[in-house]
Structures are given as structure tokens and as C-alpha cells.
Design a binder for this molecule. Structure first.
Ligand SMILES: Cc1cc2nc3c(=O)[nH]c(=O)nc-3n(C[C@H](O)[C@H](O)[C@H](O)COP(=O)(O)OP(=O)(O)OC[C@H]3O[C@@H](n4cnc5c(N)ncnc54)[C@H](O)[C@@H]3O)c2cc1C
Ligand code: SF4
Length: 324
């Protein structure tokens, strides 16, 4: 790890000013810094200017109005996890926030940083000398991907936990750039490319996340499958939101992250509606997940193991929520 030596730090008071500064300089925004600063020390990121978002007014506000939650992107994961009303209403989100790293980390790490964190790969999240000794790689300075040497794109995985829960809840992100802010579905923040997994334009920032408040009868939960129980990135993180009516599934949404360069909102969940939650339904759910989750070997764990773990987590969550 190399030291961070000379760097210019600016602290704008508004997100609009932060967006303007992004346009003017070789700059990156920094929130909690728990992802960006280690990456700078690895020589993966090398901005000349850091735009510190910590002085932005009301950036961490969590509020509910008109059946919607609005979570400022500056809200820390600790604040999200301990917000009693939010945790009671949208428990999978609180569980996901609590599953990130350790307590000191969650006190600094923000929602926006969690959603916009870089993708990860065993050949990339290494020291500079390690990567140099391996001839670098396609994502930075090299021309070959060590995970898929015949391929032309990076398969590094997005390993943010919180996105799985937010996708299951149908969240939207509020973007700030030139002019007034606007909203778009969270899934559209990402693309399946480990070297450019965010669709934000160069001058855009995530201002907030909006998600609908819970409806009567809705149940939800999150599960992170990881090698090391105390603190680890996910093999797969899965969140499920469902509602039963007369013993059959009336609503089902599944969010998955940790397996691909973009988190996944499971497609085709509606095909399982109207059926009781029994072994046949869980088998059909398992097939849907296995079809859409096909990780590459970007971690030390076998890719097929990560796929099976995602299948099992989704099946267990649906079975447990239905029985609750
Ligand atoms: C030891 C360790 C363990 C970790 N464990 C986990 C884990 O278990 N689960 C997990 O999900 N993550 C984990 N992380 C990754 C990361 O620390 C967290 O995801 C954290 O939430 C990032 O938030 P931050 O505010 O610190 O982001 P920062 O480091 O400040 O920023 C991360 C990236 O997002 C950009 N960014 C920040 N805010 C915004 C915004 N509002 N709009 C646009 N871009 C923005 C920054 O420019 C930067 O590129 C871990 C990291 C480390 C070092
Ligand atoms: S998936 Fe390939 S290109 Fe991407 S970081 Fe890993 S080795 Fe590099």
C-alpha cells in the first residue's frame, strides 16, 4: 500500500457545487472514504482532487412522507441500521446495512458510497507491485483479463450488500448533475461491465434513494452468504420481499448482489405468483435464480459455489418468510 501524499481537498456546501467541481477537475467525490481511500493506497484510483461530501447540508437525512422513504445518500450505514421506524418497515434494508464490514466501518460508510463502490476482483484489489508482477489486467494498465483471458471485458463483481435489499424494494435513485435532480430505477444505475459498472455521467452524483413504504401483509428479509462470518464481502447477498394471499404468493421480488458486475433484480418472479410456497415452487425459484446468476471466477471461491449459494439463500428466505 502506498501513502496518499499530495492531494487537494475541497468541501462544497451543496451537491450542485460538487457536480460543478467534478466537471472542472481530475476529481473524485469522497463520502466515508472506506472504499475509495484503500483503492487510492493500492494505486487503483489516483485523483488530483477529492471532493469531500461531508459538508453538504442535510445529505444524511432519513425521512418518510406520502408513503415513500427518502434516504439521503450521505446517511451512514450505522444510521440506516439503527433507524427504528425504517428497520421495522423495511427490515431487509437494515439487515443489509448491518451486514457491511464492522461497526467502526459502518459509522463512516455511506449509502451513496455503498451503491457507488468499485467492483472487486482477486487480480485487481491487490497492491501495485502484485498487479505489476502479474502484467496488470484489462481493467487498469493491462490488456488481458486473468479471469477470462479470451474475453474483451472485465468481470469484476459489484459486492455491495445494500443494493440487493433496495432492488427487492423497488427503490429509485435521485441523481444530481446539470440542472434539477431526477429519479430513475436503481437497476439503471448499473451496467454489466466490471470496468465501468456505473451509468452515472461524469458530472452526476447520487443525491438520495427513494423506496416505497411497506404495504400491509408484506414480509421481507435479507441474507448475506460469506466465507467468514465476522466480516467479509458476500459470496452472494440476497433479499426477498413477498406477500401471501389465501395461502398463495401474491407478490414476490428478489434482489441479488455479489455475483456479477451489476446487482440483479430477479426477472420472472411474477411467473411464480398464485402458487403456494411448497417444494415445487422453491424448485422453480431455484431454477430462475440459477439461470440469471452465473458468476465468473473473480474471487477465491469457485464460481458455481457462488451460484448455488445464491439459489439456496433465495429459497431459504422465501420458505422462512412464507412460514413466518
Ligand atoms: C475492509 C473492508 C470491508 C468491506 N466490507 C464490505 C461489505 O461487507 N459489504 C459492502 O457492501 N461493502 C464493503 N466494503 C466496501 C465499502 O467500504 C462500503 O461499501 C462502504 O459503504 C462505501 O461507502 P463510503 O461512504 O465509505 O464510500 P467512499 O469510499 O467514500 O466512496 C466509494 C465510491 O463511491 C463514490 N461515491 C461516494 N458517494 C457518492 C455519491 N453520493 N454519488 C456518486 N458517487 C459517490 C466515490 O467517488 C467512490 O468512487 C468494505 C471495504 C473495506 C475496506
Ligand atoms: S475481471 Fe479481469 S479485467 Fe476485471 S479486474 Fe479481474 S482480472 Fe482485471
Amino acid at each position: 500500500m502506498r501513502p496518499i501524499t499530495e492531494i487537494r481537498l475541497v468541501r462544497p456546501a451543496t451537491l450542485a457545487d460538487a457536480a460543478l467541481l467534478l466537471a472542472e477537475h481530475d476529481a473524485r467525490v469522497v463520502a466515508g472514504g472506506t472504499d475509495l481511500l484503500p483503492n487510492m493506497r493500492r494505486g487503483i484510483a489516483d485523483p488530483a482532487v477529492l471532493i469531500d461530501l461531508s459538508a453538504v447540508n442535510a445529505f444524511g437525512t432519513i425521512e418518510q412522507a406520502h408513503g415513500q422513504w427518502r434516504l439521503g445518500a450521505g446517511a451512514t450505514l450505522a444510521a440506516i441500521a439503527r433507524h427504528a421506524a425504517l428497520a421495522a418497515d423495511r427490515p431487509a434494508l437494515a439487515e443489509a446495512a448491518l451486514a457491511v464490514a464492522g461497526p467502526a466501518h459502518r459509522n463512516a460508510a455511506t449509502l451513496g458510497g455503498n451503491l457507488c463502490q468499485d467492483t472487486r476482483c482477486i487480480y485487481y484489489n491487490q497492491s501495485e507491485w502484485w498487479r505489476a508482477a502479474n502484467g496488470w489486467c484489462l481493467k487498469l494498465k493491462g490488456d488481458t483479463c486473468h479471469v477470462a483471458p479470451q474475453g474483451k471485458r472485465c468481470h469484476a463483481a459489484y459486492e455491495g450488500d445494500v443494493a440487493a435489499a433496495l432492488l427487492a424494494y423497488g427503490a429509485e435513485v435521485e441523481i444530481v448533475g446539470d440542472g434539477p435532480s431526477w429519479r430513475r430505477p436503481l437497476a439503471e444505475l448499473y451496467r454489466e461491465d466490471g470496468a465501468a459498472h456505473l451509468t452515472l455521467a461524469p458530472r452526476e452524483l447520487v443525491a438520495a434513494v427513494h423506496l416505497p413504504a411497506g404495504k400491509p401483509g408484506q414480509r421481507s428479509a435479507f441474507r448475506k452468504m460469506r466465507t467468514r462470518g465476522t466480516m467479509d464481502f458476500p459470496l452472494a447477498s440476497v433479499a426477498v420481499v413477498l406477500r401471501l394471499e389465501g395461502g398463495t404468493l401474491a407478490e414476490l421480488a428478489v434482489g441479488i448482489s455479489g455475483t456479477h458486475s451489476a446487482p440483479i433484480a430477479l426477472a420472472g418472479a411474477h411467473t411464480l405468483l398464485g402458487r403456494p410456497v411448497d417444494d415445487a415452487l422453491l424448485a422453480a425459484l431455484g431454477k430462475l435464480v440459477a439461470k440469471q446468476v452465473s458468476p465468473m471466477r473473480s474471487t477465491v471461491t469457485a464460481a458455481n459455489h457462488r451460484r448455488l449459494v445464491a439459489v439456496t439463500a433465495a429459497q431459504r428466505l422465501v420458505r422462512e418468510l412464507a412460514a413466518a
